[in-house]
Design a protein around this ligand. Structure first.
Ligand code: SF4
Length: 312
């Protein structure tokens, strides 16, 4: 029997929401383990990276956090130092997670990551900080939550820069999914809710600009998102809807601790490298597993929970 969740603490994070949409079963297993009750505790260990690309992505984020922290103390990284840090982070992660990668491929990926990180210095939103222009600014980690409307919201911006009486919140995307650009915009807008609920920031939407810096293949692209009461309302509605779905899913998982009735992945690509694949009905094929699940569910069962308007 699968160890299902006991309770669900309402929270929204991009990772959690995307996993739920990709595979409800994987979400229930990832966020429902009793030892993972605290998202903070879970994130300290974190989900292991699935492949070299995920290792490099995490290495870049981690190097970026260190680099920003040094920049705050006016220490500027050279290319050689950036290479050294990224090489160490990537090699450590590959060894820790036992991911074998040919040396040449490893070197090529590290070189690309060094280039990507260094090109960040040239983006308009960050240049004043790199060039040491006088600015009030702060940097954050995505894992810092804030309470918004009864849920923990993990949507911190990467940077906040004060200029001309307004805060520009900067969100970095080291990888930009091709799918659902509108949904991504709403996710970015949650950073404004996050800031407005943080001590030290004004509780006023007119005090914020939002700038997204996204990696597109070979270069960083910057764009502003309109911050309005309407767009913020839509963003919060998206998060609330996701949390409502998560609450429902957690109840479903409690009602069926085998998790056999929970929906499986929306696409087989989500199963590639999934840490819950062993023992999953989709272990040997998603399409067959879904067919078998449909057949099983066609027979009425007294264990099925009833979804109603009162379940959220
Ligand atoms: S193997 Fe596929 S269906 Fe099973 S939990 Fe993982 S993502 Fe979901």
């Amino acid at each position: 029997m699968v160890n299902a969740m006991n309770t669900f603490r309402p929270h929204w994070s991009q990772t959690s929401a995307r996993l739920m949409n990709a595979c409800p079963r994987a979400w229930a297993l990832t966020y429902g383990q009793p030892s993972h009750h605290s998202i903070r505790g879970r994130r300290a260990g974190g989900r292991p990276p699935k492949n070299l690309d995920e290792v490099m992505l995490r290495a870049m984020r981690s190097a970026w956090a260190k680099k920003t922290s040094d920049l705050y103390e006016r220490k500027v990284w050279t290319k050689a130092y950036t290479t050294k840090v990224l090489t160490r982070l990537a090699n450590d992660a590959l060894a820790e997670h036992d991911i074998g990668v040919p040396m040449l491929l490893r070197r090529q990926n590290i070189e690309r990551a060094v280039q990507q990180l260094r090109l960040l210095d040239g983006v308009r939103a960050l240049r004043p900080l790199i060039e040491g222009e006088p600015r009030r600014w702060a940097f954050f980690e995505r894992r810092e939550p804030t309470q918004v409307g009864g849920m923990e919201l993990y949507a911190a911006p990467d940077l906040a820069v004060f200029h001309q009486n307004r805060w520009t919140l900067v969100r970095l995307q080291f990888r930009t999914p091709a799918r659902n650009p509108l949904g991504q915009q709403l996710e970015h807008l949650l950073a404004v809710h996050w800031a407005m609920n943080q001590p030290g920031f004004p509780d006023d939407i007119n005090a914020f600009r939002l700038n997204v810096v996204a990696w597109r293949g070979t270069r960083w692209r910057e764009h502003h998102l309109e911050v309005s009461s309407q767009s913020l309302k839509q963003a919060l509605a998206l998060a609330r809807h996701d949390v409502q779905e998560m609450t429902w899913l957690s109840r479903w998982a409690n009602a069926d601790p085998t998790l056999m009735s929970l929906p499986l992945a929306s696409h087989s690509s989500h199963c590639d490298g999934c840490q819950h694949r062993r023992g999953c009905p989709a272990e040997t094929g998603l399409a067959t597993a879904k067919r078998e699940q449909e057949n099983a569910q066609a027979k009425p069962s007294h264990r099925e929970p009833t979804k109603s308007a009162n379940t959220a």
